[in-house]
Design a protein around this ligand. Structure first.
Ligand code: SF4
Length: 444
């Protein structure tokens, strides 16, 4: 059985590779390999021929970008006087040439991430269909899980929506009429084979746990990872050390949504042991950590052990909104966390802090106050435009409070788009907030 796994293009107004890796697809690849399949992999976001522009030693980069005509429902988006909808990733010729260069697969598996990036997955499926007629295609990933009914409008033969991969081999066997050599009984983050690693990357992502004990009204974590699962320290350490030795890569991005939960028994021993075994590893935390869980011990350890970049999810300085959206943090907890991190040796630029803009009912003045609070506390404000996500508690309110038909069209979930449906956020207000955050990030 030969399987081709594909990470599709991003279609968006802006995209940056901030330690982005299709980790779910990499787990799927290693699991199916474990079941005896031969695996081929195409990552539409990384070219084998031309490195991504602006590639930094730690793996961050821009993506190759081709401006394209937006779908008609996005025609009203003009940013700074320009239409900037683009396809990010390799060009289609490279994709087709990669497809041609591979042995014919028995099935193709395509992942998806953001709901509003679905055109990338749809285009991959269209190109695969044209070149590999009769080869079954499975579409999975986050968009497929959050917008399952919409995903049935793709040309895929099967929409895979389970978190547990153990049902996937049987589905593939039914679609292909072939048997996988090894029967896999179960799959979870604790017993999963370590994910597939690509040597050409400069970083790799690690997931030490899934789920989150909070239930923020704008977040889909609880829907995507109900219950949650924490891995054993030894397993995470073994994975990271093996991967670093095998690939020579020394930058690790932790993908956890709740990295600091139960830190004394979880992330602290993981980072301590990794640092003791491989002192030249560098760690990055692209997902916001919980401000209220930062302690002096964590701040000091992170700084000495090589945690280079930290992001914190403050989201808003408004205490009522903090409480009403799930109470994951308070302004006081945020100030304390930044204070501890600064005393441990971090600079403002290392402590990127998310300020949400465009939550239903939230005014630009509230966002400005959040940006200012982040700056005054010693962090670097990062503006994050609210993107409505299906199956979150805030979804229905977000749909009701927007003139845009977001329940019909996932393209309108795009953070660049949704905020422009809100009359409080004209272009001028959006740019003023963005410029203010950018200006304050540069200060000492
Ligand atoms: S704390 Fe973070 S991961 Fe947890 S529910 Fe809230 S936003 Fe999601």
């Amino acid at each position: 059985m030969r399987l081709l796994l594909i990470n599709p293009w991003i279609y968006d107004f802006a995209a940056y590779n901030y330690w982005a890796e299709p980790l779910g697809l990499h787990y799927t690849a290693s699991f199916l390999e474990h079941c005896g399949a031969e695996i081929d992999f195409i990552d539409c976001l990384t070219s084998d021929e031309n490195p991504n522009p602006g590639l930094k030693p730690d793996g961050r980069s821009k993506f190759h970008r081709k401006v394209i005509n937006p779908p008609s429902c996005l025609n009203f988006i003009v940013r700074r006087g320009e239409r900037t909808y683009a396809r990010y990733g390799i060009n289609e010729e490279e994709f087709i040439s990669k497809l041609r260069g591979l042995e014919r697969p028995d099935a193709v598996l395509v992942t998806s991430i953001m709901t509003y990036w679905y055109p990338g997955a749809f285009r991959v499926i269209e190109l695969v269909r044209a070149r590999l007629p009769k080869v079954p295609v499975v579409l999975g990933g986050i968009y497929a899980r959050l917008c399952t009914r919409h995903a049935t409008g793709s040309d895929a033969d099967y929409i895979f929506t389970d978190t547990d991969l153990s049902t996937l081999p049987e589905i593939i066997e039914k679609l292909t009429g072939k048997k996988l050599p090894v029967k896999a009984n179960s799959w979870n983050l604790g017993n999963a084979p370590f994910p597939f690693r690509r040597r050409e990357r400069r970083f790799f992502a690690i997931l030490t746990r899934t789920g989150c004990p909070y239930s923020c009204t704008y977040c889909a974590c609880g829907y995507l990872w109900p219950g949650g699962f924490a891995r054993e320290t030894a397993s995470v350490v073994e994975e990271a050390v093996d991967a670093a030795r095998l690939t020579g890569i020394h930058n690790i991005a932790f993908y956890d949504d709740a990295l600091l939960i139960d830190a004394d028994r979880h992330i602290i021993p993981i980072v301590e042991e990794l640092h003791a075994r491989m002192p030249d590893l560098a760690f990055h935390l692209p997902n916001g950590i919980h401000a209220g869980l930062v302690t002096q011990r964590i701040a000091t350890l992170f700084h000495t052990a090589g945690v280079k970049s930290i992001r914190i999810g403050l989201e808003t300085a408004d205490e009522t909104v903090q409480r009403d959206t799930g109470g994951k943090t308070t302004s006081g907890a945020y100030r304390n966390a930044v204070d501890l991190l600064r005393k441990a040796g971090y600079r403002r630029e290392n402590i990127g802090t998310y300020a949400l803009a465009g939550l239903p009912g939230q005014k630009p003045e509230d966002v400005e106050k959040t940006i200012d609070l982040i700056y005054e506390a010693g962090g670097a404000p990062l503006l994050a435009y609210f993107s409505p996500i299906p199956h979150t508690p805030l979804w229905k309110t977000a749909a009701r409070s927007s003139p845009l038909p977001i329940e019909r069209e996932p393209l309108l979930h795009n953070n660049t788009v949704y905020i422009r449906g809100n009359p409080d956020y004209g272009e001028q207000a959006i740019h003023a907030l963005r410029d203010r955050a950018a200006e304050l990030r540069k200060q000492d």
